[in-house]
Design a protein around this ligand. Structure first.
Ligand code: SF4
Length: 501
């Protein structure tokens, strides 16, 4: 039998390039020069698992990596003549991916399995729409047992059966690196990654369940965190380095790289002892577990950047979303990181449940300040978007705050799909546009002050080429011009709707 394991379509019907994030939310962007692809890690583990434990022909295809539209991707999959299609789709792309799978089924009779976030939230809908099987939550072993021919009635994790217990991540082989090249996901790579980095996973899961989080609520449905064996991580690093001499670093893109201090201290120590500290590492971390000793050890092992989720400066809003953080403590951690020599990356959200225009504008001020004083090097800002299966989605759905049922709008980058009493969707989008311009302006000023414009231009040229680098420079100058226009209109229109670009 031939099994095709497929990531999402890469370009939607409106011409947006899809940045599909397997366990978070996916985004569509119009500018193809800002595009990059996340490694579809859970599909990639699923692929290597099926290759290891079945005799079937297994092939991973990635429409996002190849930037394929519906038509081109359907043709590509049809050429593979699969007997089974295992497909992961985020909410953002569910309608188009479902249409593609149905078209394939109609033409070839292939059996269709949907996995991942949206499938876990809406299994019945998918089954009613001619999908044969739906895997809920972590799906690697569920898919394996299905392909091995076990009776579906007795496969945990296969809807409507009970969820599968959390898997032992040390039982998984290393993820797929034959049908797709792991290095290719670093080209051009996530925009804030400063080296040619491979995305890798030293752990899985998170100890928390913030209300808005897909990973913490939909994939695992319970707080959890699991670490890999350190020797195995080191072996994988050596393998990747040997296979890809051009590789410069690693982006540990799991949910909570530093959940255990003991684990990080041992991992970093082993990296140093193995002579792998000449690679450049960055990692998604929880600020609550980042202390000086941990960050010093990370720095010594070659880590150059820590990424943390700050979301908002309002403690009330954070508590309202089950993510209590102390903003003063965050400031202190950022200062310590800078003293040690680490770069910092913070993620923020506009329009969180319980937030207001004033609270979000305070967050924007904080972002500007932290960039200008040099405590934040990169800032990611999104519109807080309710992803099905999360408590956030249930809450706004039950209260009637959702203003769009078109899942293509659920991408967090450009449209607010929630309108709260007292904080409308238009106002959220205006604050988002303002936040984006403020971030760009503050970054530009800081680079000017630090005389880093030239090095930024050189790095951009190396990563994206001459044409794209020139366009990025022009875009940046345009944003600078635009930044000064809205400040006047902001005073005239306190609702902020005129702030939209
Ligand atoms: S801490 Fe991060 S990964 Fe964990 S549940 Fe919250 S948002 Fe998700």
């Amino acid at each position: 039998m031939k099994i095709v394991i497929a990531n999402s379509i890469g370009v939607d019907s409106r011409g947006y390039y899809i940045i599909h994030s397997p366990s978070r939310w996916s985004e569509g962007i119009k500018n193809k020069d800002s595009w990059f692809a996340y490694y579809p890690w859970e599909l990639a583990y699923c692929s290597s698992l099926l290759k290891k434990y079945t005799d079937h022909e297994v092939k991973l295809v990635d429409g996002c990596l190849e930037r394929l539209s519906y038509k081109a991707y359907l043709e590509k999959i049809k050429r593979e003549s699969p007997d089974w299609l295992i497909m992961e789709s985020a909410t953002r792309m569910i309608d188009e991916n479902l249409r593609l799978a149905n078209e394939l089924k109609k033409e070839s009779g292939a059996r269709i399995v949907f996995v991942g976030h949206h499938a876990s939230a809406f299994p019945e809908y998918l089954l009613k729409n001619r999908v044969d099987f739906v895997c809920v939550g972590e799906y690697e072993y569920t898919a394996l047992e299905l392909i091995q021919g076990k009776d579906p009635e007795f496969i945990p994790g296969l809807y409507p059966n009970k969820r599968r217990p959390l898997l032992d991540i040390n039982s998984l082989p290393w993820p797929e690196d034959e049908d797709v090249s792991r290095l290719n996901y670093g080209m051009p790579g996530e925009p804030s990654s400063e080296y040619l980095e491979i995305q890798m996973y030293a752990s899985r899961g998170c100890r928390r369940s913030c209300d808005f989080c897909v990973a913490g609520n939909v994939y695992y449905a319970q707080p959890n965190w699991r670490q890999r064996q350190i020797d195995d991580i080191i072996s994988e690093l050596k393998y990747l380095r040997n296979k890809y001499p051009k590789m410069e670093g690693v982006f540990f893109d799991e949910e909570e790289h530093n959940a255990s201090k003991d684990f990080i201290l041992k991992l970093t120590d082993t990296i140093v002892n193995a002579g792998l500290n000449d690679l450049h590492y960055e990692a998604m971390c929880d600020v609550r577990s980042l202390d000086k000793e941990t960050m010093k050890a990370m720095h010594k092992a070659g880590y150059y950047k820590v990424r943390i989720g700050i979301e908002t400066t309002s403690l009330e809003v954070l508590c309202n979303n089950r993510k209590p953080l102390d903003i003063n403590r965050i400031g202190k951690t950022l200062e310590e990181a800078k003293e040690i020599g680490l770069k910092t990356y913070g993620t923020f959200m506009i329009g969180m449940p319980g937030s207001s225009r004033d609270a979000d504008l305070n967050t924007v001020k904080y972002i500007e300040k932290m960039i200008l004083v040099g405590l934040l090097d990169n800032v990611q800002i999104s519109i807080c978007t309710p992803q099905p299966g999360t408590p956030f989605y249930e809450q706004v759905n039950n209260k009637g705050y959702l203003i769009s049922r078109d899942f293509m709008d659920y991408d967090g980058g450009r449209r607010a799909v929630v309108s709260y009493p007292g904080y409308s969707n238009n106002s959220i989008e205006s604050v988002m546009a303002f936040a984006f311009r403020s971030r760009e302006h503050a970054s530009f000023l800081r680079k000017l002050r630090e005389r880093k414009i030239l090095s930024w231009a050189v790095r951009t040229y190396r990563k994206y080429g001459f044409l794209a680098a020139t366009l990025k420079l022009l875009k940046r100058l345009r944003l600078e011009l635009l930044h000064f226009l809205p400040r006047k209109t902001q005073k005239k229109n306190p609702q902020g709707t005129s702030l939209s670009i």
